[in-house]
Design a protein around this ligand. Structure first.
Ligand code: B3K
Ligand code: ZN
Length: 857
């Protein structure tokens, strides 16, 4: 039976032992890598009674243990699956442990493993224990010196954290390189890379005038795709100096791109390891979204150097301390580098479509979880994205200056320490002389709160009274939260802004009065999406139209159009005979005609998707919702074919270069294409867009549209695409993702044959996410096939994958566990698959934890 015993935040205890210094010598070999770790161990002076040292360790062979140079005999320690227990330890000693590991057999991609020909490592959260026995917890911080030995021809580059202090050749064609990291760090930030790469070099001068060497390592032949990432790194460094007054601290910053990686990237001190997807890009092979994401992830990992590395987490329950804050920082960075409104709207779309569902599902947890079975299951949208929203609210409440004052205080107090979310809040509070105790409830509440609003205007007194109330989400109970509610009052006739600001809702219900308003204003509420809540504020179409055209706040303008669409889709859903009302046709036409930024217009005409609508409705019947979405889209197309076509053509004519402007035009063009391809007559245009495309944004959009509507040209251009890009790993990931989305009754045969495609491998997480993930997340029609075949197919793949890479398997299970928005039939079909998985032998704790949570509900 899988051990599903949880750890609780309330049980946290300081470590009895610390390891201030570690010297590692790692002799790399595919199957027999020898790791010698020599640690200075110190017992806490107030814990003299405690002479047993328990080290974490997983999946390795213990060779020898020495204490102060004396070999231990086997009766002096015990080794189990997960630990090494040494009895009768002295207070201070040098502990030397030799272990043997097998990187080649490591398909979980945690610890040291092989990606293609290179060795690389991933230690967060608990991967270091797969390298050597250690106190694998973030509040044990050490100074590392790392010596790597490997074959010189095969592995000319041997990298680790910090500065290089020695290099020399050894006999038998081997060489040795040593690194020393002068900063204390937890072992989760340790990294090692060995391989043969192409290297892009650059430099950055910090504001205090120090030179930092920048090195970007990529697979041979990919150097031409590394320039954008390098620029993004320099932009991140400059931005963090300008906005947060934070400067880089080592003399070298290295990034290595690898193809086998469980997530996006990892902020190891001085040596980031990246999924190649977030490094490599050139215009022909990468989309505008890829470029955006590369810059955001490069920024994110760089920003961790201060928020994560210099100040780190005391324990993993505090993960949002570094992740929520760093996501907020990367979102601000992206907003400054691109269009603010567009960036913000995209943040909100992710949150509402996916985090809200997580917060209502069986694995719902506060941004600071209180109970964890498998830590890797808690790198979630809640910890990251909702965590970032919590930081954003703080930013809203304190203002930019107050927020920066708080950050300065936080870093001054805690540099070099492993701390808690409370430490962060206290620093923010003290620096601003504010009581943030009510605010800090956001760290422990679960579920998406609802805010209800009700406004009455009194003509006599010319006053508006706005009543706001809050209710906890997901059937939870907690005292009222402090919720900042942005607002804008608009003149209904002229659209001018009469008032704007932020209200602090702190009671269960509160009334806010506005005096001296000559007219009854139109109210835009929750401007900028000022809090991660669901707003219940019914507004007339006229009000929404007013907001849509006149609000200062871009989020509100977009949200007004989304509200209109959501309402209309709900009507289609409830009544299959419902048809597009004239008012909506007109609203849609107005958006198309409006003189606004193309990127913004693209967002405004993009309809709420299946996931967003599932959040908005109850007991959803998937096929019925899909039919409603399809019919609505079709009716919009029929009503505005001419306008959509003409915008599509204008965009094409105005498109040139790779500027921000051009990317907006491409977004708009492809948003139009999405509608237009719904008419088979457009097939010819789709083919010409595909053939004439000079960049991936246009090419993939054409292929995607053809797959989406299964157009006559699909098979043809699909094959052409695969042929053109067969040698490009990242583009082939895109191709696999499209195969899983084809709207064709033969999808299951197609999926099955793709599993044995020569380029498919269950061991490569990007490939798996492209095929299996894309089917489960982006092909709702067949995933939710009434036969249950879609669920069964996913469950089958998860069972296979769980044996290879539990972390990736566990990410893919979301579609099976988050059924709460759907009708009973769907839920019981999902449960059937989960029950089947649960019965399998030796499932991982990763999927075990999620399955039992889902079945317990
Ligand atoms: N800190 C890493 C995530 C590690 C995930 C481990 N399962 C990347 C990031 O958030 O920057
Ligand atoms: Zn992060």
């Amino acid at each position: 039976m899988t051990d599903l015993t949880p750890m609780y935040l309330r049980d946290y205890q300081e470590s009895v032992y610390q390891i201030p210094k570690v010297d590692l010598t790692i002799e790399l070999d595919d199957e027999r890598t020898l790791v010698r770790s020599s640690m200075t161990v110190e017992r806490n002076t107030n814990r003299v009674e405690q002479d047993v040292l328990v080290l974490d360790g997983h999946d390795m062979e213990l060779v020898t243990i020495h204490i102060d140079g004396v070999l231990l005999s086997t009766d002096q320690y015990q080794v189990s699956q997960e630990s090494l227990i040494i009895n009768h330890c002295p207070g201070n000693f040098v502990l030397t442990i030799e272990t043997m590991i097998n990187p080649k057999a490591n398909t979980a991609l945690e610890g040291i493993y092989k990606s293609g020909g290179a060795f690389c490592s991933q230690c967060e959260a608990e991967g270091f224990r797969r390298i050597t026995y250690f106190l694998d917890r973030p509040d044990v911080m050490s100074i590392y010196t790392t010596t790597i030995i490997a074959d010189k021809d095969k592995y000319p580059f041997l990298l680790s954290n910090g500065n290089c202090i020695e290099r020399k050749d050894l006999e038998h064609g081997k060489h040795l390189v040593s690194w020393h990291d002068p900063f204390h760090k937890p072992c989760y930030l340790f990294a090692l890379v060995a391989g043969d790469f192409d290297l892009l070099e650059d430099a950055f001068t910090t504001k205090s005038g120090r030179n930092v060497d920048l090195q970007l390592f990529v697979d041979k032949g990919n150097l031409f795709k590394a320039h954008y990432a390098m620029q993004a790194l320099k932009d991140s460094m400059a931005w963090d100096e300008q906005v947060f007054d934070l400067e880089y601290d080592l003399d070298i910053y290295m990034i290595v791109a690898v193809d086998f990686f469980n997530m996006g990237a990892m902020e190891n001190k001085g040596l980031n390891v990246f999924n190649s997807k977030y490094v490599l890009a050139d215009e022909r092979s990468a989309t505008d979204d890829d470029f955006f994401n590369i810059q955001a992830v490069i920024g994110h990992e760089y920003f961790h150097n201060w928020t994560g590395n210099r100040v780190t987490c005391r324990d993993w329950f505090q993960l949002s301390l570094k992740e929520g804050l760093t996501v907020f920082r990367d979102q601000q960075f992206s907003a400054d580098m691109h269009q603010k409104d567009v960036t913000r709207i995209n943040n909100v779309r992710v949150l509402r479509a996916h985090q809200f569902a997580e917060d209502a599902g069986p694995m719902a947890h506060p941004i600071r979880p209180e109970k964890v079975v498998e830590m890797n299951n808690f790198y979630t949208l809640t910890v990251y994205e909702k965590g970032s929203e919590v930081i954003r609210m703080l930013h809203t409440l304190l203002g930019e200056t107050g927020f920066q004052r708080g950050i300065k205080e936080y870093i001054a107090r805690h540099d070099g320490q492993a701390v808690t979310c409370d430490d962060f809040i206290n620093a923010m509070a003290d620096a601003n002389d504010r009581d943030l105790s009510q605010f800090s409830l956001w760290y422990s509440q679960v579920g998406t709160p609802q805010v209800h609003a009700n406004a009455t205007y009194d003509l006599q007194s010319k006053s508006l009274s706005l009543r706001l109330s809050q209710t906890p989400g997901a059937g939870q109970q907690h005292p009222p939260l402090l919720i900042p509610i942005g607002f804008e009052l608009l003149n209904p006739k002229t659209g001018e802004t009469m008032r704007q600001g932020v209200l602090s809702l702190s009671d269960a219900a509160q009334t806010f009065e506005f005096e001296e308003l000559a007219l009854q204003p139109v109210i835009a509420l929750l401007t900028g999406f000022s809090a991660p809540v669901k707003l219940d504020f019914p507004q007339s179409n006229d009000d929404l139209l007013r907001i849509m055209t006149s609000a200062n706040d871009g989020f509100s303008r977009w949200e007004a159009s989304q509200s209109l669409f959501r309402q209309c889709i709900a009507n289609y859903y409830k009544d299959t005979g419902y048809r597009l009302p004239d008012s909506l046709q007109q609203a849609f036409a107005n958006i198309l005609d409006a003189d606004i930024e193309p990127a913004f217009k693209a967002l405004q005409i993009t309809l709420p998707g299946f996931a967003e609508m599932t959040e908005f409705l109850q007991d959803v019947e998937p096929q019925r919702l899909l039919a409603a979405l399809e019919q609505f889209e079709q009716d919009l197309l029929n009503s505005q074919t001419a306008k959509l076509t003409s915008i599509y053509q204008q965009c094409t004519e105005r498109l040139f270069g790779d500027s921000e402007q051009a990317s907006g035009l491409r977004a708009l063009k492809n948003a139009c294409l999405h509608y237009l391809a719904g008419d088979e007559d457009f097939d010819g245009e789709v083919v010409s867009q595909f053939r004439q495309a000079r960049n991936m944004t246009e090419q993939i959009a054409a292929l995607n549209a053809a797959a989406q509507y299964n157009l006559p040209s699909f098979e043809n251009i699909n094959n052409a695409f695969a042929e053109q890009w067969q040698e490009d790993t990242l583009v082939m990931d895109k191709w696999f993702a499209i195969q899983a989305k084809v709207q064709d009754g033969n999808i299951f045969e197609r999926l099955q044959s793709l599993l044995s495609h020569p380029k498919f491998s269950m061991e490569n997480p990007n490939r798996v996410r492209s095929l299996v993930g894309s089917f489960a997340n982006s092909n709702p029609k067949y995933f939710h096939d009434p036969s249950g075949k879609g669920y069964e197919w996913l469950a089958t793949q998860i069972a296979i994958l769980d044996k290879i890479n539990p972390q990736v398997a566990s990410r893919l299970i979301t579609g099976l566990i988050q059924g709460q928005g759907f009708c009973q039939e769907v839920q019981s079909r999902l449960r059937k698959q989960l029950a089947g998985l649960q019965k399998l032998e030796n499932i991982s704790a990763d999927i075990g934890e999620k399955i039992s949570a889902a079945l317990a509900k």
